[in-house]
Design a protein around this ligand. Structure first.
Ligand code: SF4
Length: 309
């Protein structure tokens, strides 16, 4: 099958730096307990590799709860960032800390502190339960309102004169624009700070531009990865092509490619290149199957995207 390799794809600068920092800690502090507070990046393969070098994963519903499970040694804060309360509690407990927060996420924390210091009330567009909003919201408890959708905006009742909106870094460009537009309708004076990072923007725009030239698109990434899930979503919604999320080449299902000649491949910002390469190799080895040829052999599921919640 012909494979269209969509660029840019794969590791962003924040992930490269976070993995470098974690590997360095694993090499420098051998013999000491080292824990990463949550998935360093949302990718099982990277997590397994780090575990082999002595970096234990502590995954809990929140970063604060995870911290309670770390008694001594070094704790690594992930690329998603943590709240000031998590930092303070780690310091009070005498833990050695390594901060792998992405510089793009740090910028949002700085922005929120600055706005709150100048008397603003903030609307933050992000996803409930994701670690990045947890960290940012912790900068301004009581002064920042989390919304996910236009419907959430309609539930807001804000009277603040100074009002600003900012965002999680890995959202859908299109959904975020719609939520901001609704906020501007309701609060024309709102100050807009769209913090979707360049890596997310470039990968989504490239995928949506390339997808119409493909019969189907495969996104290589973990179901835990927000930016990988958003790639699947924006291809389906804004390029009108079927798109599937696969963690590895083993997840590819021949029935997705029935009648297809050209398949696009992209990958999330936390997907190792070696895994994407294996998926491309497996797709190139597939023979295009005529539409309907396999109907007698297997029944294909309705097009859907694993991992989209
Ligand atoms: S996706 Fe964006 S915010 Fe997240 S680690 Fe990469 S560059 Fe940083």
């Amino acid at each position: 099958m012909e494979v269209v390799k969509i660029v840019p794809r794969g590791y962003c600068h924040g992930v490269v730096e976070a993995i470098r920092a974690a590997r360095a800690v694993g090499a420098e502090r051998t013999g000491e307990p080292i824990a990463m507070l949550g998935y360093l990046v949302h990718n099982e393969h990277v997590t397994t590799e780090l575990a082999e070098s002595g970096v234990r994963l502590v995954d809990a519903a929140t970063r604060l709860r995870g911290l309670d499970a770390i008694e001594s040694g070094t704790v690594i804060f992930t690329a998603h960032g943590v709240s000031p309360e998590v930092r303070e509690r780690a310091r009070a407990r005498g833990l050695h800390t390594v901060d792998a927060t992405c510089t793009d996420v740090i910028r949002t924390h700085d922005l929120v502190r600055d706005l709150v210091g100048r008397g603003y009330t903030i609307v933050y567009i992000g996803r409930h339960g994701h670690p990045e909003p947890e960290g940012v919201l912790g900068e301004a408890p009581g002064r920042i309102h989390l919304v996910e959708s236009v419907a959430d905006v309609d539930q807001l009742e804000l009277a603040a004169e100074r009002l600003a909106v900012t965002t999680q870094t890995t959202l859908s460009l299109w959904d975020t624009r719609a939520v901001i537009a609704r906020l501007q309708e309701r609060y024309p004076h709102i100050e807009v700070h769209n913090e979707i990072c360049n890596a997310t923007q470039e990968r989504q725009e490239a995928a949506v531009a390339a997808a119409p030239g493909c019969d189907v698109v495969v996104v290589v990434g973990s179901p835990r990865s927000s930016n990988s899930q958003r790639l699947v979503q924006v291809i389906q919604e804004h390029a009108g092509r079927p798109a599937y999320l696969v963690d590895t080449a083993e997840d590819l299902r021949p029935e997705w490619f029935r009648g297809c000649r050209r398949v696009g491949v992209t990958s999330g910002a936390s997907t190792p290149t070696v895994i994407t390469r294996a998926v491309i190799t497996a797709l190139e080895a597939m023979q295009p199957e005529p539409a309907g040829a396999a109907d007698a052999v297997t029944s294909a599921p309705a097009p859907s995207a694993p991992g989209i919640g």
